[in-house]
Each structure stands twice: as C-alpha cells, then as structure tokens.
Ligand binder design. Structure first.
Ligand SMILES: Nc1nc2c(c(=O)[nH]1)N[C@H]1C(S)=C(S)[C@@H](COP(=O)(O)O)O[C@H]1N2
Ligand SMILES: [Mo]
Length: 582
C-alpha cells in the first residue's frame, strides 16, 4: 500500500486545533493540554512558591520592535565607519584595535530591538533545511552595514559553492552544518565538502596575495608573516598530519532532548553526531614561528589567536578570539595550516590560514587567522572567558558566573552510533549491523569500542579488525554485527575506552550542563528489533506480506487477524480458561 504524507504531525495537530475552537467563555487555551503536559514548555508560567500563596508568572513577551532612527543616524555614515580594512580582505572589520568603532556599533545595536531566538528547545524543531535561519544574526550584520552589509548573503553563497549538496544545514547564518549520518563515517578521512562547519560570523574572503598575519604581544621581536614566508621550507619544516576536530557541541541534541539550555540558536546549535570530522592538514608548527620572533618574553604563557570574522554578543561586536597555553605550542601540537586533504583550505574552513590545535575542542582552531598575540594569562575575550564553559548541573541561568565553568580545552573520550537510527525498525537475523565513530581528545585514542543491545548491562567489544587504523590525533570508525536475540524495543548503547582507559558516563543526565557542551555520555539509541530467526516471527512476517501490511511505521495497527478462532480455542482447551474455579 503506497503511503503519501501530505503534512507533518505538527501540521496535523494544528489543523485539528483550528477545527475545534474553544467554546465561548472557556478559560483553557487551545493548546492547554499540550502546555500542561510540558510539550509547549516555553508557554509555561513559572511558579513562585516563596510566599504564603503560590503565584503564577507567565513567560515574558518579547519586547516590541523599536528603532531609534535619530540615534542610529547620529553614529555617522556606516559605510565609512565600517569600511574594508585591508585591500583583498572582503568581510573583515577590525574591532579589537578600535574601541571607538566598537562603541559606535554598540550604539547602533542598542538603539533598536531585534527578533527573538526561535524556540526550538521547549517546542518542536523545524523540519526544514536550513533548520534555523539565524534571522537576528542576519539583521545584526545588516544593521552595522558597511563591510558587513552583504556578509550573510555571501556566506550562504560560499556554502552552496563549497559544501556537499547533502549537508544538513543547522543554521543558515552564521553557517553551521553537518553531514548526514550515512556520510559522517563513510570514510575514515572526511572529504572537505562533507566536513562539518561551525561559524560564529560570516566567511571572510581573503586574497592570498594580500594575506599576512601579525605576531606580537609578549614576543622578543614582533613580526609579520605572509603565506610565502610560511611555505619557505628552509625556514619552517613542513608537517602533514591526520587530525580529527570535534566541536564541543557535537551530540548536543541529546542534552536538548532531556533539558533545555540557554537557547541561543548559534551558541547552542542543535548538533547531532556529525560535528566531528577528520582531515589531513598541511602546515607548520606554530612553535617555529614564535622562535622566529625571538621567543616569548616577560613570562608569557598563552597565545591568543584572532580570526577575521565578526561575532556579536550582548550588543557588542568583536573578532573571534581564543587562546591556548604555550605548553601546548611548545609540544608542537599547534599547527598553522594552509592545506586540507591536499587542497588549499576552502574559504569556509579558514582560507588562507587557520590554526589547528591537536586534541582540543574545535573552538580553539581559529580560522582566517590575522593575529597571534602572546599573553601572560588566557585570553580575556568573551569566546574564551564566557563561552565553552563546562558547568555543573546546579549552575544555570539563575546563578551562573563564568568562573563556575571549566574552560573546555581537551575533549574527553566519546563515541556515536551512525547506523541504525533511533526509533528505527530493524529486521535482522540475530545480529544488528551497527556503524559509528569513536574519538578521544588530548592525543589519546580509542583502544576499545563496545556495544550493548540491552541498555548497557552486557557489552560486546568490536573486534579490532572492524575498527579503522589507530592514529594519535584521530578518531576510529567502526562497524559491528551486534548479537541481538530479543525482539521489540531495545536500547543499543555504544561506549569507547581510550588508551588511558578513560570511558564515557552511561547517561546524558550524568553530564548534562547549562552550556550543553561535551555530550560525551555513552550514545543510546532505541531500536525496534524484529528477529527473523524466530519461527513465530517468520510466520508472522509472511502474514504481513500476504496482507500487504507494512512493518513501519511501527505505530500502524495490524490490519489483519493475527490468530484464527480455532487456534484461540485450542489454546484455552490445552491451558485451561483465564480464571480457575477452585
Ligand atoms: N575565526 C573563527 N574560527 C573558528 C570559529 C569561528 O567561528 N571563527 N569556530 C570555531 C569552532 S567552535 C569550531 S568547532 C571549529 C570548526 O571548524 P570547521 O568549521 O573548519 O569545521 O572552528 C573554530 N574556529
Ligand atoms: Mo565548536
């Protein structure tokens, strides 16, 4: 029987609501049942139980859209204020060296209101691709104008040009996208077009010939470097390394599915398991560049990296700044790279030069690098000091301070199942074929991957022949036929042990945190198992076929008689009636 879907479940639900308007005088909202059941959490009042009487405080409405045109005009000509900084650097505005310019941008951003973040944590996630549009991020760029005017549109053009047509676009702008599950682990090395992308702003388009970056701050001899300088092998030995980069937001959707976090669509993009990728990078060790600048002075211990994109936070504009400790650089674990899988870096991945910090969260691997500054302390800039923090569960909106969070650097051990998918019906012959990845940060690597078909009580180790090759800085992809005798809903769980014998917490709750970072708990999927080696199942499957009745969706009731009256009668005769007489 062919199935034609005409509308989504959410659409059906809303159609029904419109069909049945509330009777006149009724106090219930049309979606009262959903609200009471927590299915429209953003509409719930909060309860204040601190007084004698409990009060209900409905959620605040978003402020009215206002715009103080005069105030904005008083800032001056935006095309002049925020004009191109450097010849051949499209979409780059320097904020960090220009406090006055920052103040003017702040005035523009605070003289008007912008639309809210879409509610996608306490309500349904849109079924579109792009999933989220990034409306206010686009509007912020347009509001600043000048060099940022057409950055959102240019960014999307670059996505269409450089990324695989099958990418799942989580956020259109700033662009955030991951490959579909079947392509995440299709190869141990991720093709460039399928590598996930995590952007906090637009994509600067930089002319290689006009490119240079500065090294300054606490170095003996501050210098500028062009790409040709770095490529001069008599000065800098070239290195090529296979590296897995993982965003600390990977698998965030599992945290969102249990409890909502802060909800900024950029900061908390609802990543699935694809915000991880592996590529072969070519470049040089940053340590040699620091040496070429005479080394660090005055007890410098950290290196701050500046990316040429513009990031907006709390009404402020800034460049993308983070830092790593010198100890990491000294160990030759921080590279400056211009090639990805044998090709020049794609624009979207940082052309012409990016930092690669081996074994750290992706956030430290700054793209479109234009400055390196040596500092005594870690970067005080917002991305380093106020984001990428790992809070404990008692810390959140109501009480958090950045210093309550651990700044995330090395990623812990993690893994994920790419096939089958949660809620999928799997017809098998006693083993469910599973595929996935496993990774550990900090230069550790997966030694063992284990799967459980019973929610994590018993575990099977994936035979080593079914794991991809071991490398210090990379993930291992794996596949395994997981023995499964039972039928019905089962929970498949995957966990990894790294070479230090670290493993993963067993439940999302154990590691849930307000920033929704580092979802490193064992990956759990619910699968409906149909084991075709069982005689009754074989028989039943024939009946499904004869009756042209589908196995999926699993929620469809069987449309045929599953037992004959004779068989039914025979059963009671043999085993006695339901209730005994004495
Ligand atoms: N300049 C700049 N560098 C950046 C970012 C950014 O937004 N701007 N995002 C960071 C984050 S959070 C991650 S996970 C990685 C993603 O790198 P990719 O887009 O090449 O996969 O880049 C990092 N470097
Ligand atoms: Mo990230």
């Amino acid at each position: 029987m062919p199935i034609t879907y005409t509308c989504t479940m959410a659409e059906q639900a809303s159609t029904h609501a419109n069909d049945n308007p509330a009777p006149a005088g009724a106090k219930n909202r049309p979606d009262e049942w959903k609200i009471e059941q927590g299915l429209a959490g953003a509409k719930l009042a909060y309860l204040d139980q601190t007084g004698d009487v409990t009060t209900e405080n409905p959620p605040a409405p978003w402020p009215e859209m206002t715009k103080d045109e005069a105030a904005i005009k008083s800032v001056g000509n935006r095309d002049e204020l925020f004009q191109r900084e450097r010849k051949g650097w499209k979409g780059y505005v320097e904020w960090e060296a220009c406090p006055e310019k920052k103040a003017k941008a702040h005035k523009i951003l605070t003289s008007q209101t912008f639309p809210p973040n879409p509610e996608y944590q306490l309500g349904p996630i849109p079924g579109t691709n792009p999933v989220l549009p990034g409306t206010h991020w686009k509007q912020w760029h347009h509001a600043i104008g000048g060099e940022l005017s057409d950055v959102p549109e240019n960014s999307w053009e670059t996505v269409l040009k450089e990324k695989h047509p099958e990418m799942l676009h989580l956020l259109q702008f700033p662009y955030n996208g991951e490959p579909p599950k079947r392509l995440v682990t299709a190869k141990p090395i991720t093709p460039n077009s399928l590598h996930f992308v995590r952007n906090h702003g637009g994509i600067p388009i930089i002319d290689e010939k006009e490119y240079y970056f500065d090294v300054n701050g606490l170095v003996a001899d501050p210098k500028k470097f062009t790409l040709d300088d770095l490529k001069d092998e008599s000065r800098f030995p070239r290195v090529t390394k296979k590296v897995t980069m993982q965003c600390s937001g990977t698998r965030r959707i599992e945290q969102i599915n249990v409890y909502a976090g802060q909800g900024d669509e950029l900061a908390q993009a609802p990543w699935a398991e694809g915000a991880i990728g592996t590529a072969e990078y070519t470049g040089i060790s940053l340590k040699k560049v620091i040496k070429a600048c005479g080394g660090l002075v005055n007890n410098a211990k950290h290196l701050e990296f500046y990316g040429a994109d513009t990031y907006f936070k709390s009404g402020q504009t800034m460049n993308y700044l983070v830092s790593v400790p010198w100890s990491k650089v000294k160990a030759n674990e921080v590279l400056l790279c211009w090639e990805m899988n044998g090709e020049p870096l794609p624009a979207i991945h940082g052309f012409p030069l990016r930092v690669m910090v081996l074994g750290y969260i992706g956030a430290r691997s700054v793209k479109w690098l234009y400055r390196i500054k040596a500092l005594k302390d870690p970067s005080p800039a917002p991305v380093q000091s106020k984001e990428y923090l790992y809070f404990n569960q008692q810390t959140g909106k109501h009480n958090q301070k950045p210093t309550d969070g651990i700044q995330i650097q090395e990623m812990p051990v993690s893994s994920a199942i790419m096939s089958p998918w949660t809620n999928q019906v799997v017809l098998h012959e006693g083993a469910i074929h599973c595929k996935g990845w496993a990774y550990s940060g900090g230069g550790r690597w997966p030694e063992r991957v284990e799967l459980s078909a019973d929610g994590g009580f018993s575990w099977y180790a994936v035979p080593l022949d079914l794991l991809s090759a071991k490398h210090k800085w990379t993930w291992r992809t794996w596949e395994f036929a997981l023995p499964c005798d039972v039928e019905g809903w089962i929970e498949i769980v995957c966990r990894c042990w790294d070479n230090s014998l670290n493993t993963q917490p067993l439940n999302v709750r154990a590691a849930w945190n307000w920033g929704l970072h580092v979802t490193s708990s064992a990956h759990r999927i619910k699968v409906y198992s149909i084991n075709k080696t069982r005689p009754r199942t074989i028989e039943k499957l024939k009946a499904f076929e004869e009756n042209d009745s589908p196995l999926a969706p699993i929620t469809w009731p069987e449309e045929f008689t599953t037992q004959s009256p004779e068989e039914y009668k025979e059963f009671w005769e043999k085993y006695g009636p339901r209730d005994v007489d004495d």
